[in-house]
Design a protein around this ligand. Structure first.
Ligand SMILES: Nc1ncnc2c1ncn2[C@@H]1O[C@H](COP(=O)(O)OP(=O)(O)OP(=O)(O)O)[C@@H](O)[C@H]1O
Length: 461
């Protein structure tokens, strides 16, 4: 599976960010160009519009008001109105994000970012541009082909597969429930791929990644002049999904006040962009997903039940990975083959102990965490047979350094005061505790994500 898109440009004055972005986005693009200032890449951008530009709002050293970033945003969209710019905003810089979106940015990612969100946001942005350009108008054409197969032979997954087979061709709305990383997006893609809309767009909106105040305009669009900075019409994602499938990820984050608006749009099959006088007809099939527990979704104070009934004509629940241990090895083997090919490494084998450890592990981050663990093990493996510790899992015999520090690592005084070993131990512990979620582990350690990556590399983790 080669990269889906052609070129991405990333502008940020922080080399760590550039490095992290390059690593994360390389699988998506044939070329990832990085620069510390927009000036450096202007000729490149003018020569041919890239699929996506990731632009730091505060790239000028010490700048905090984002005015330079916004001025550059204007300049870039001035070069090509179809230019897709995703702003990188500082933590809690929601007002900057709002300003940027109103001035024509396609989306934004707050720093520190989550890898998955960054990749999802950039992929959606690139797909949006592709569909706009292809149609010569804000109408979408084809879904980007990300055909991750849905694996799992357990009875629970067999039920899911059978539901997908039956529901996919019907155009019925589907609600997918399940914890983070259980494969909700993979199911949504499978539903779309097997539907009669397979040749049309699959438009994904991650409601967990959009600032609350932007959701209205993002979903429904706005017309020029709808608010002070709405300088051009902006097509909402519902309209951009016309003819195809709209995947509303993290639907539990849809604010209560917008729920009736979505319900009306679905019932009447039309949307009225913010500031518009007349509605626009749309023909969409809706797939929604959430990690919210069912009971919470059934609470009228959180989610309107009339909207829930509209969304869950068919309901698919993905069980957590630790409830289907039969699937663990199949998934691990699949990811091993995948990453060995991607990183040009010989495909390692799993030892008996590694298999047992993988099956016994709790996997709080579910399949995503398993996938990350296998990816790291494939890259770092120094021998052809992988053992539990290659996955950061408990080895049968604890290493010499673990005993004195363990148990006291997060607060107590460690007997082993060697800074290097203590650091390794803490990094390991934080990663394990957070199911290898880099963002959470970095935040608990008080490190930036890039700094955590550096330490992981240093310690061979
Ligand atoms: N059954 C499966 N077969 C193959 N790959 C899977 C399966 N389930 C999950 N994955 C992989 O695990 C990762 C996480 O899956 P996905 O993004 O679909 O989860 P999610 O439930 O949508 O997560 P979140 O709620 O955090 O968005 C992806 O890389 C996906 O390819």
């Amino acid at each position: 599976m080669g990269p889906e898109f052609d070129r991405c440009v990333v502008v940020d004055d922080d080399d760590d960010i550039l490095l992290a972005a390059r690593l994360l986005l390389r699988p998506l693009f044939h070329e990832v160009i990085t620069a510390r200032t927009p000036d450096e890449v202007l000729p490149e951008i003018t020569r041919a519009t890239p699929d996506v530009i990731l632009l730091d709002a505060n790239f000028a050293r010490g700048a905090t008001d984002a005015s330079e970033g916004l001025a550059w945003l204007d300049r870039l969209t001035g070069i090509d109105p179809e230019m897709v710019v995703v702003m990188i905003t500082a933590h809690a810089g929601v007002h900057v994000a709002v300003a940027a979106m109103k001035r024509g940015a396609t989306d934004f990612v707050p720093k520190p970012w989550s890898n998955d969100r960054l990749v999802a946001t950039v992929r959606t942005a690139a797909a949006l541009r592709r569909s706009r350009v292809a149609a010569g108008a804000p109408r979408a054409i084809a879904a980007p082909g990300n055909g991750s197969p849905l694996l799992g032979q357990s009875p629970a997954m067999a039920r899911v597969q059978s539901l997908i087979e039956r529901a996919a061709p019907t155009d019925a709305n589907v609600l997918i429930l399940g914890q983070n990383g259980t494969g909700k997006e993979v199911v949504a893609r499978a539903l779309h791929a097997r539907s009669q809309r397979a040749g049309q767009v699959l438009q994904t909106v991650d409601l967990g990644a959009i600032a609350t105040e932007l959701i209205d305009s993002e979903l429904f669009g706005h017309v020029k002049g709808a608010f002070t900075d709405a300088r051009a019409d902006r097509v909402g994602r519902i309209q951009a999904a016309d003819g195809g499938t709209l995947f509303l990820d993290e639907i539990g984050n849809l604010p209560l006040h917008l729920q009736p608006k979505l319900l009306t749009a679905l019932e009447q099959r039309q949307v009225t962009p913010v500031g518009a006088n007349s509605p626009v007809k749309v023909n969409i099939r809706v797939i929604a997903a959430t990690n919210m527990p069912r009971e919470r979704l059934m609470d009228e104070r959180v989610f309107r039940q009339d909207l829930l009934y509209r969304l869950n004509t068919v309901e698919i629940t993905l069980p957590p990975l630790n409830e289907r241990p039969e699937d663990v090895i199949e998934l691990a083997e699949h990811f091993l083959a995948h990453y060995a090919a991607r990183y040009y490494r010989p495909r390692p084998e799993l030892s008996q102990a590694a298999r047992a450890a993988l099956i016994a592990h709790e996997w709080p981050g579910n399949v995503r965490a398993l996938r990350h663990a296998v990816e790291r093990a494939t890259i770092l493996a120094a021998h052809p047979v992988l053992e539990p510790e290659d996955f950061g899992l408990e080895a049968a015999a604890p290493r010499a350094v673990t005993a004195p520090v363990s148990g006291g690592a997060s607060g107590g005084v460690a007997a082993d005061l060697n800074l290097d070993r203590v650091e390794r131990r803490l990094v390991e512990e934080a990663l394990r505790k957070h199911g290898y979620n880099i963002t959470l582990a970095a935040s608990e350690l008080g490190l930036s994500r890039a700094a955590l990556y550096r330490r992981m590399e240093k310690h061979g983790l």
